[in-house]
Write a protein that binds this ligand. Structure first.
Ligand code: PMT
Length: 422
């Protein structure tokens, strides 16, 4: 089989109870033909339109119909699939399914998988025209779009009722195209060398204690993974992370600010683009005790000294070695003013602002709501999105700006450094 962008991708097809469920059979077949590993989940009502056996025979994989089902290894099936999925396609999606998804109701295998997964979701609704145009359905669709779901509007045509109107499921080929577009990125990073930092630093107080922060590394890992998928050669400079680094990237462990500085300063001259998503401690204990500090009953005074500002140091590198430079600003207040100041003071090309420490906290969360700032001010107005989707949008923007900088030759990096190391 010829390799396609879907080769080896895990795609979950969620089928709900509509007469259009029969078209999901063609959809599953087309996805299999393009090399995807297809798992089908069905709502109970979908099984009344098409038998699970049809999908199982086509995909050669078990079909999930029960939200309480366990697999052969006694794992909860819908959670396993949610975690393994590279993409989820809900087709056909009934008005009822849209309402459940928008409300976060997870009473069947399809909604449970969509809710539990962080993979991108494509939704192809199918229903009667009156249901589609009803304000409740339109509100639910708007909510799903805010979640970052890609909604393929239904088509106009003859409906099951015999009437003609809007509500017919989009053609399976069009749905497959939308799934493929998730993986084909216009902002290709082929041939570029990208360095991403992620996670928090830990500044030792003694052999067992440190001053650190709650950064999980999820944001930086998503950025590194997305760059990998766009063809970049990626180095992940990893602080303390609670998630595994993505496969296929070079990992350099750097759990203190000093170690991270060494790793970044070493890697930066060979990098085309550096994204500093790590939460680097601004201060470290002046001295780390060689022995475990004993409890004495007295107050303990710890002298803290400033750590090097790593990204600012890279910002001052000569133009011929300085990579295109993106910093993050983690702020609890005055995001725009603080981000603008950091952009300027640290000599960055772009800065990604996000909010920490409030009712929504970017740290540790699976989602993030970011605003990207350039010298001219805010550049984006994106909704709250899964971090992987934030990463995709960031690379669309960064790739675009980077290429523009190179073609305009306005003092930024003038060549691709990506293959220098090989
Ligand atoms: O890891 P997660 O749980 O997914 O959370 C993600 C995140 C909130 C940590 C991430 O999105 C984020 O905002 N990272 C930057 C955190 C931070 O240190 O922000 P800052 O505003 O203090 O620093 C500004 C920039 O300077 C950052 O790019 C930082 O990496 C860099 N910096 C900071 C201090 C220092 N000594 N050297 C630096 O290079």
């Amino acid at each position: 089989m010829t390799a396609t962008v879907l080769s080896g991708r895990r795609v979950v097809v969620g089928v709900s109870g509509s007469i259009a469920a029969y078209k999901a059979v063609s959809l599953a077949r087309l996805l299999c033909e393009r090399g995807a590993v297809v798992d089908v989940a069905m709502t109970p009502s979908a099984t009344r339109f098409v038998g699970p056996l049809t999908f199982a025979s086509l995909t050669h994989r078990p079909v999930v119909t029960d939200v309480l089902e366990l697999d052969a290894d006694q794992q909860i099936e819908h959670i396993e699939l949610a975690e393994a999925a590279d993409a989820i396609v809900l087709a056909p999606a009934t008005a009822n399914l849209l309402g459940e998804l928008a409300a976060g109701l997870v009473g069947n295998a399809v909604t449970a998988i969509a809710c539990a997964s962080r993979a991108p979701v494509v939704v192809a609704p199918a229903m009667d025209a009156g249901m589609w145009t009803h304000p409740a359905t339109q509100r639910n669709v708007a909510t799903l779009r805010e979640f970052g779901y890609i909604v393929i509007d239904p088509e106009v045509g003859e409906l099951a009722s015999g009437l003609t109107g809007i509500g017919r499921l989009a053609e399976p080929a069009a749905i497959v195209d939308a799934v493929e577009r998730l993986f084909v990125r216009t902002g290709s990073l082929e041939g570029l060398s990208v360095v991403v930092s992620a996670g928090g630093t830990r500044e030792p107080l003694d052999p067992v204690r440190f001053i650190g922060n709650r950064s999980s590394g999820k944001m930086g890992a998503a950025i590194a993974e997305s760059a990998r998928d766009r063809g970049a050669s990626v180095t992940l400079v990893a602080g303390a992370m609670s998630v595994a680094p993505p496969r296929g990237v070079t990992v350099v462990e750097a759990t203190t600010a000093q170690l991270m500085r060494e790793a970044i300063i070493r890697a930066a001259p060979d990098a085309d683009i550096l994204v500093m998503a790590a939460a680097v401690a601004d201060f470290a204990p002046a001295r780390a005790s060689q022995r475990k500090i004993k409890r004495s009953g007295d107050n303990l005074q710890v002298e803290l000294v400033p750590n090097p500002d790593i990204v600012a140091e890279v910002g001052e590198m000569p133009d011929d070695v300085r990579p295109f430079l993106i910093g993050f600003a983690a702020e609890s207040d005055d995001l725009e003013a603080n981000a603008a100041a950091k952009l300027r003071d640290k000599g960055l090309d772009l800065i990604v602002g996000n909010v920490v420490g409030g009712p929504f906290d970017a740290i540790g969360s699976d989602e993030n709501k970011v605003t990207v700032f350039g010298a001219e001010g805010p550049l984006t107005d994106w909704p709250m999105l899964p971090k992987r989707q934030v990463a995709e949008r960031l690379w669309d923007l960064i790739g675009d700006r980077y290429r523009r900088r190179r073609t305009e030759g306005d003092g930024g990096p003038a060549r691709t450094k990506g293959r220098r190391r090989s």
